[in-house]
Write a protein that binds this ligand. Structure first.
Ligand code: GAR
Length: 199
C-alpha cells in the first residue's frame, strides 16, 4: 500500500512515522509528503528522509476544490492508496473526501468527541479535565466526527502546564499513530457503521 502524509507544521508525527517505517513497524510505503505551507518544518524532515514532497499554496487557487483537485492529480500520479493527516490544518472539499472514502486517517490531540477543533490541548487544559488523550480516527465530511480507530488516555497531573501536557500528548501520538497506520495498511481495521473493529 502506498500512502501520503499531509502536514502543515512541525512534523513531529511525520518523524515518528518515518522512524517506524525504517524498522518495519509500518508495512506500507510513504511515497509523498504534502503541505499547504512552504515554511512547514515537516517538509525539511521529509527531504532529509529522501521522501518526495509536494507544496502547493492555497492562495494560488480560486476555490478549495480547485486546490484539492490539483493535490488529487499528484496523488493519482503516485498511486496513493491512503492518506495520513499529521497536523494538516486545512479543511478538505467534499470532492476530496469522496475521492478517498474511509481512506483518510487523522490524529487528534484529545479524546474525541471531546475538544474538537484546532486548540484541543489548550481547550482541555483550560477546562480542567483530569484525563484527556489522543484519538486516531477516519476523516468524514463533518469535522472530527469520523469513526475512532485507536484512543489512548493521558492523565493531567496537578503540576502539569499546558506545555507539559502537550509534550505528554505528543509522546503518546508518536507511539499510537504508527500502530494505527500499520493496522490500516495490513487490512486489520473493519469499519461497521461508526465502529472500527481490529480483526
Ligand atoms: C498534533 O498534536 C496533532 O494531533 C494536531 O496537530 C499536532 C501536529 O504536530 N492535530 C490537530 O490538532 C488536528 N485538529 P506535528 O506537526 O508535530 O505532528
Amino acid at each position: 500500500m502506498n500512502f501520503a502524509v499531509f502536514a502543515s507544521g512541525n512534523g513531529g508525527n511525520l518523524q515518528a512515522i518515518i522512524s517506524a517505517l525504517r524498522v518495519q513497524k509500518i508495512r506500507a510505503a510513504l511515497q509523498l509528503v504534502v503541505s499547504d505551507r512552504a515554511d512547514a518544518y515537516a517538509l525539511v524532515r521529509a527531504r532529509k528522509a529522501k521522501v518526495p514532497t509536494l507544496c502547493l499554496n492555497p492562495k494560488n487557487f480560486e476555490t478549495r476544490e480547485a486546490f484539492d483537485r490539483a493535490v488529487l492529480a499528484h496523488l493519482k500520479e503516485r498511486r496513493i492508496d491512503f492518506i495520513v493527516l499529521a497536523g494538516y490544518m486545512r479543511l478538505f472539499s467534499h470532492h476530496f473526501i469522496r475521492s478517498y472514502p474511509n481512506k483518510i486517517l487523522n490524529i487528534h490531540p484529545a479524546l474525541l468527541p471531546a475538544f474538537k477543533g484546532t486548540h484541543s490541548v489548550r481547550d482541555a487544559f483550560q477546562y480542567g479535565v483530569k484525563v484527556t488523550g489522543v484519538t486516531v480516527h477516519f476523516i468524514v465530511e463533518e469535522m472530527d466526527a469520523g469513526a475512532v480507530i485507536l484512543q489512548e488516555a493521558v492523565a493531567v497531573g496537578p503540576k502539569d502546564t499546558e506545555s507539559s501536557l502537550a509534550r505528554k500528548i505528543h509522546r503518546v501520538e508518536h507511539r499510537v499513530y504508527p500502530k494505527a497506520i500499520d493496522l490500516f495498511a495490513r487490512g486489520k481495521l473493519k469499519l461497521t457503521g461508526h465502529t472500527v473493529k481490529i480483526i
